[in-house]
Ligand binder design. Structure first.
Ligand SMILES: [Zn+2]
Length: 322
């Protein structure tokens, strides 16, 4: 059983000058905001996983790489999803080839001036960060995949595996030799998972697949290195939400009633810093919104075909954490 960790909100430009080697030639930074980026050194060049959103941190990460392996080209930047914290820093690692899921390409293609403005405005309380965000350039994936891809370079193997779950684009990077998986936002540590674009059943199933990889270390999208058992708490959280939403649905409650009725119960399941409470509440509600529609579809299918609902219930029972 993994020890409970507490994460606090990171304010300011944290983590500068830090790189942590989690296996020979595999580095991460767990202190930057937006994501936990990684880089893998191969004899032919570097493979990066996710890029920091805040320019000062992205530039610092580039410097960390340069200090570790001066002059080595960046072969690939892999984005685990299209969210700002994972993909908006791509512009600081050029020239390179960005690779991501087909759906990430689609989502990022829709990042207009309006989106850049929203990113800018979201830092209105932190002017020192906001002023860095005036030149956002969206660097789209050059290569996309649907099920997966294998990068074989300089004696290393990095498998990109589509999982879905967190978003329809979410994919992970698996290093079978090192037994390390970069699992992006599939795994959250003591934080409420972001579910506004989620498919909850797919997410639970993907977490099980992640546990079956045989990984020794999981690098989450945010925060410190975990072990495969740490996925259980996210799975339990999502299962709990599904069950409670189903209860509400069966009681004839509407989506809005489910949202306002369940947000308090969900809030209790992970620590919430006071200053982020309202943001997390609305995040949880958008997750409930998503799950409600899923449950509604499942239940409607169950009415059409009597066996379907049972099949899903059995499936969920099997997913029930031990
Ligand atoms: Zn994400």
């Amino acid at each position: 059983m993994a020890a409970r960790r507490r994460t606090s909100v990171k304010l300011g430009v944290t983590g500068l000058g830090e790189r942590q080697e989690i296996a020979p030639g595999v580095f991460i930074n767990t202190v930057y905001r937006g994501c936990t980026p990684g880089f893998v050194i191969t004899d032919e060049g570097l493979i990066l996983i996710d890029t920091p959103l805040i320019p000062k941190q992205a530039l610092d990460w580039r410097q960390q790489i340069e200090m570790e392996v001066p002059g080595l080209p960046i072969l690939y930047v892999f984005n685990t999803d299209h969210h700002r914290g994972h993909a908006l820093g791509n512009q600081y690692f050029l020239p390179t080839t960005v690779i991501a899921h087909e759906r990430a390409y689609k989502e990022m293609s829709g990042y207009t001036e309006n989106f850049k403005e929203r990113v800018y405005n979201s830092y209105k309380r932190e002017p020192e960060i906001q002023q860095q965000l005036t030149n956002i350039e969206i660097i789209l994936p050059d290569i996309t995949f649907t099920d997966g891809a294998r990068l074989l370079y300089g004696g290393r193997e990095v498998q990109l595996i589509y999982t879905g779950g967190h978003t329809p684009a979410t994919s992970i990077a698996w290093l079978p030799e090192e037994k390390i998986a970069f699992v992006g936002d599939m795994l959250w540590v003591d934080q409420h998972p972001y579910m506004a674009q989620a498919n909850s059943l797919e997410w639970i199933e993907a977490l099980r697949r992640i546990r079956e990889l045989g990984a020794e270390k999981l690098v989450p999208g945010h925060g410190p290195v975990c072990d495969p058992d740490d996925t259980m708490r996210v799975a339990e959280y999502i299962l709990f939400m599904r069950q409670r939403v189903r209860d509400y649905y069966h009681e004839g409650k509407t989506k809005n009633e489910a949202k306002s009725g369940l947000v308090g119960e969900m809030l209790e399941r992970f620590p919430v810093p006071l200053e982020r409470k309202s943001k997390i509440e609305s995040q949880i509600k958008s997750g409930i919104n998503r799950v409600y529609r899923e449950i509604q579809r499942e239940e409607e299918l169950a009415t059409v075909d009597g066996t379907m609902g049972d099949a899903l219930l059995v499936q969920e029972a099997q997913l029930e954490p031990a």
